[in-house]
Design a protein around this ligand. Structure first.
Ligand code: ZN
Length: 366
């Protein structure tokens, strides 16, 4: 069967949350994007990652580049058939919709299962159902939301891009995430050039660390402690749960149905929620404990987590605003709980190659 070579889609440049509408031509080497101003560009198949569109009826999403790269969203999943037809062997690594039948079945079942939830929202309200709602939200939706939330949080702030700093932060993140199996998210960290002492995790694994917090860490292990804690908030879906509890009904229904249109409006609401509200005490304890275990599994000395939180309670940063402390109070209880997790034997932990240079690295930004 011959599938059309021309498709409609939305292009996001990775800088702005505003889409540009494009016409896409499927060729034998890649996708050519035609913009409204008559310019065009070709994305070769080998540069593309398909990050959505594996389930029936889902929009297809391709990404290019690292970090918040460029994104292309195509509403019709049939473009995958056209890509397989015209792209030949170059396009083998993309999902083939013909393997979808069993997934269609599961999607229909999931849709039916979500009806009682929608009924329940109207009867009991969102907060009391936040847990089952969070569990029913498709992962792909969560990831896309997280990407937009991260863009909202970092908007208007320059980003630190010092190569040594980025390398060090990424090495710590990789050390942590490589011991998680299976890893449902591609975690990434953005360092924002702001004196505020804060860190937060958006859904889908998008972690934001503010320069003020980085400068307050005395060692790679202290930063690893904060990252491990934030990673657990994402893995345990605390972030998604907090957002669900506090946003509108329209958001929740769109999330349950996987409808991505208007995602930008929800992202703003979600970003505000994450920056102004705190997790429950239980969620904090869980993130501490699981974060601690993650550090141990990754061979990173978990003492850093304890010393950092203890320091946060005592010190005033030179010129920053201690925002992290307002959401992560360094109470006696918390510190006692953390210290109790430290194993009695003295183990050998990994040493990061940049250990000795940390006081230079954590103060560099540009
Ligand atoms: Zn926390």
């Amino acid at each position: 069967m011959a599938y059309p070579t021309e498709w409609k889609g939305s292009y996001y440049d990775g800088q702005s949350v505003v889409p540009q509408f494009v016409t896409i031509t499927v060729t034998d080497i890649g996708l050519t994007l035609h913009f409204a101003d008559y310019t065009n560009t070709t994305w070769n198949y080998h540069e593309l990652r398909q990050t959505q569109g594996r389930y029936s009826g889902e929009e297809v999403r391709f990404e290019r580049g690292t970090g918040i790269g460029e994104t292309l969203v195509i509403p019709s999943p049939k473009i995958l058939l056209a890509i397989h037809e015209h792209g030949g062997p170059h396009a083998n690594h993309f999902h083939h919709p013909r393997t979808r039948h069993t997934r269609v079945y599961w999607t229909v079942l999931a849709a039916l299962a979500s009806i009682p939830i929608v009924y329940g929202i109207f009867t009991w309200g969102i907060p009391s159902l936040a847990r089952p709602i969070t569990a029913a939200i498709p992962l792909s939706w969560e990831i896309q939301l997280g990407q937009f939330v991260q863009q909202e949080v970092t908007a208007g702030n320059p980003v630190c891009n010092n190569p040594k700093l980025i390398h060090a932060v990424e090495s710590i993140l990789t050390a942590l995430t490589s011991s998680i199996d299976p890893l449902p998210y591609q975690f990434q960290v953005t360092v924002v050039d702001s004196p505020v002492v804060n860190a937060m995790a958006a859904p889908g694994g998008y972690v934001v660390v503010f320069r003020g917090l980085l400068q307050d860490t005395a060692s790679p292990e202290e930063l690893a402690g904060v990252l491990a804690h934030e990673i657990q908030h994402v893995l345990l879906r605390h972030t998604m749960h907090l957002i669900v509890r506090h946003v509108s009904m329209a958001f929740v229904i769109a999330a349950l149905s996987g409808d991505a249109s208007g995602m930008v409006a929800y992202a703003l609401q979600a970003a505000q929620t994450l920056q102004t509200l705190s997790y429950s005490r239980d969620a904090e304890d869980q993130a501490d404990e699981q974060g601690f275990r993650l550090l141990q599994r990754s061979g990173i000395n978990p003492d850093g987590m304890v010393t950092f939180f203890a320091k946060l309670g005592e010190e005033q940063p030179a010129n920053g605003v201690l925002r992290y402390l307002s959401t992560h109070p360094a109470t006696e209880d918390r510190l006692t709980h953390l210290k109790a997790l430290i194993p009695p034997d003295s183990r050998t932990y990994r040493a990061f190659p940049f250990q000795g240079e940390w006081s230079d690295i954590n103060t560099s930004c540009k």
